[in-house]
Design a protein around this ligand. Structure first.
Ligand code: C2E
Ligand code: MG
Ligand code: MG
Ligand code: MG
Length: 281
């Protein structure tokens, strides 16, 4: 096939490239079996408000490979997108989260959860129908679900994205722009989309204490979000100094290792239900 001969043509000239491609094929083969073999797990990482109260938890996918150990999401999510596996995988994540949401609400401890949705998944023709179906089957309240999307969703075919987002927003689902600030799209989309929230990328948060430019950027994002009535979550908060500055600048929500690391989702939910999720100072 053309794809294979293309690969061989490259490999002929570059043995290093050949091993990279072979490695990729091996990983893709394993990835295809990983769902059936139940090698995926979901971690949860809480977000807190300025008083340290938990207001939401973000679901983060983990792949425990039998030989390779923990494969970081950044290494397998792109691959899963390229081979289409992100669609069943994304469904699995959503089902798991919606089951937890329903469980928390039923137990009288309702909570928000956020799910990362990749462009490839969002662009599937039946994405909207799948989300609706999973919400219905799980009994989760759409009001408790946030979908995190990235600016890349809006680079091409923004109109189609607007329609799908609007339909879900009408059900009560919230949308958040993840990794805000690192994309290249125009800011005008912020007015046109049914957005509730932006998440300031951790690369900006990292240096706000020492770098005046980053501090200015983050303050600008906060002020813009305020004018647009968007909630702001700061990602990657690792130090008390960062937390203090962000709170002083009016950032409503914080997420990061300072508050809590991502940890096993099922256990985290049990702790939440037992009302023993540690509330940081
Ligand atoms: P993201 O959605 O921006 O998630 C935040 C990432 O920052 C997570 O990395 C999280 O573990 C990490 N993080 C949290 N607090 C801190 C901190 O204080 N410092 C630092 N340095 N990092 C922190 P993770 O879990 O490796 O996930 C990486 C990316 O993979 C996510 O970035 C998201 O884009 C993607 N991803 C994860 N789970 C899913 C999923 O279920 N579906 C899709 N489509 N993508 C996912
Ligand atoms: Mg995210
Ligand atoms: Mg992010
Ligand atoms: Mg990020």
């Amino acid at each position: 096939r053309a794809k294979e001969s293309g690969r061989n043509a490259v490999a002929l000239f570059d043995p290093q490239m050949q091993s990279v491609l072979r490695e990729r094929d091996a990983l893709e083969r394993d990835l295809r079996q990983a769902l059936q073999r139940r090698e995926f797990a979901l971690h949860l990482q809480p977000q807190v408000d300025q008083d340290g109260r938990v207001c939401a938890a973000e679901a983060l996918l983990r792949w425990q490979h039998p030989e390779r150990g923990n494969v970081p999401p950044l290494n397998f999510i792109r691959l899963a997108e390229e081979c289409g596996l992100i669609v069943p995988l994304g469904d699995w994540v959503l089902e798991q989260v919606c089951t937890w949401l329903a469980r928390c609400a039923t137990a009288g401890r309702p909570l928000h959860m956020a799910v990362n949705v990749s462009v490839r998944q969002f662009r599937e023709p039946n994405f909207l129908a799948r989300v609706e179906q999973i919400l219905r089957q799980s009994g989760a309240d759409p009001l408790h679900l946030t979908l995190e999307v990235t600016e890349s969703l809006l680079i091409d075919d923004a109109e189609a994205s607007v329609d799908i987002m609007s339909a879900l927003a009408k059900l009560g689902v919230r949308f958040s722009i993840d990794d805000f600030g690192i994309g290249y799209s125009s800011l005008s989309y912020l007015r046109r989309l049914p957005l509730r929230e932006i998440k300031i990328d951790k690369s900006f948060v990292q240096d706000i204490v020492d770098n005046a430019d980053d501090a200015a950027l983050v303050q600008t994002m906060l002020s813009m979000a305020k004018h647009l009535r968007l909630t702001v979550v700061a990602e990657g908060v690792e130090t008390q100094a960062q937390r203090d500055l962000l709170c002083q600048w009016g950032c409503q929500r914080l997420q990061g290792y300072l508050i809590d690391r991502p940890s096993d989702g099922a256990l985290w939910v049990e702790r939440w239900l037992a009302a023993s999720v540690a509330a940081p100072p």
